[in-house]
Design a protein around this ligand. Structure first.
Ligand code: PMP
Length: 364
């Protein structure tokens, strides 16, 4: 553990001066939806404060299975679901249960830094697979990289690029993974945050894929700490045992709030509408500058322009932060992130406008 450092995301977010505009940390600024809040309060009032099963309450697991079946066209039941303390713990438990020391694991990158950090803790060998210029998978390179690999960890819509996965890629990828006997672990925490079309899950085409999802982003509920793992039934007993010895169970009142987030989710359309406006405000402004046009994000809430013509992205991020806007250097997301800056468009439109003025002064 002495080798494991705090991620560059946290390190840079912590450099922010008081009063800075936060385009750094990845969380929505919307308040918790009323339905979700009411369900949590009711759970407290009704004394729903004891242990749940290690895998989570049955009613929540059933609702999660139904939710996934609609959005991914799958046939899951509650027996495929384990509820976790956020996707972060879902990810740790999943990798702990599937990866041995020395196993090769492919990470298409730029990627969320937790994947490589957890794999380092488990003694696995990370194989970085650079995404294309449009932040998509290169299927030929994926086929090569997954030969002899235990697993590939996908994340579409992607943190930090906002790219989604096409149906063709999802389908082709499952064929490649099956041929190479490589497990697909797909972190779909941003699945419900999309602006034109939805990403397609490889789980639509493969019974063997493991999906990770949760309420942190889709319900603006990062602090409630609820995520889940959707896995083939054979893996569920191991995931339950991992939960038992890591956390016993996810927080009971939060599970009740999560049930409302999954079943009464009309608020999601409002989130998408606001985020789309915020995305356009940021993206359209960048298009005027003649530098770092970037790829228009189709999901999640991150924009990842390439500003390498301006020099080191670490220094550039420092400079922008010193001027009062928190951003994250692309270096935090793997070797291919170098030269880029990650900007979150989760901030209100007015704040984005102010931040764009400051960034423009620094870079143009
Ligand atoms: N996966 C990705 C891609 C993320 O961006 C995040 C949070 N930033 C997580 C997982 C962890 O989310 P949670 O709050 O559910 O632990």
């Amino acid at each position: 553990m002495n080798e494991i450092k705090k991620s560059l995301i946290r390190q840079f977010a912590e450099k922010a001066k008081p009063g800075s505009i936060n385009l750094g940390l990845g969380q929505l600024e919307f308040p918790l939806p009323e339905e979700v809040k009411a369900a949590g309060i009711k759970a407290f009032q009704e004394g729903f404060t004891k242990y749940s099963p290690n895998a989570g309450f049955l009613e929540l697991r059933q609702a999660i299975a139904e939710d996934a079946n609609v959005s991914r066209k799958t046939n899951y039941t509650s027996e495929n679901i384990v509820v976790n303390a956020g996707v972060e713990q879902a990810l740790f438990a999943t990798l702990f249960c599937t990866i041995n020391s020395g196993d090769k694991v492919v990470i298409p990158e730029p990627a969320y830094p937790a994947y490589a950090a957890i794999l380092a803790m488990l003694g696995a060998k990370v194989v970085n697979l650079p995404l294309t210029e449009t932040f998509e998978l290169d299927l030929q390179k994926t086929e090569e990289a997954t030969k002899g690999a235990k697993a590939i960890i996908l994340n579409f819509p992607t943190n930090p690029t906002g790219q989604i996965m096409s149906k063709k890629h999802a389908e082709e990828l499952t064929k490649i993974a099956e041929k190479n006997k490589c497990l697909i672990i797909t972190d779909e925490i941003y699945f419900n945050l999309y602006y034109e079309e939805m990403s397609v899950s490889p789980a639509t085409f493969s019974q063997n894929a493991i999906i990770l999802d949760g309420i942190s982003k889709r319900a603006s509920a990062t602090g409630l700490r609820i995520g889940w793992t959707i896995a083939p039934k054979e893996l569920v007993p191991s995931l339950e045992a991992a939960n038992q010895y890591m956390l016993t169970c996810a927080t009971s009142v939060s599970q009740k709030a999560a049930l409302a987030a999954v079943t009464k989710n009309d608020f999601e359309a409002g989130f998408r509408k606001e985020l789309k406006k915020q995305r356009d405000a940021m993206y359209d402004e960048f298009q005027k500058w003649g530098v770092g046009k970037g790829i228009k994000p189709k999901g999640a809430f991150y924009f990842f322009p390439d500003l390498s013509e301006l020099g080191s992205s670490l220094e550039l991020a420092e400079k922008i932060i010193a001027n009062g806007v928190t951003v994250i250097p692309g270096d935090a997301f793997g070797p291919s992130g170098k030269g880029h800056i990650r900007l979150s468009f989760a901030a209100p439109e007015k704040k984005i406008g102010e931040a764009m003025k400051i960034i423009r002064e620094v870079i143009v």
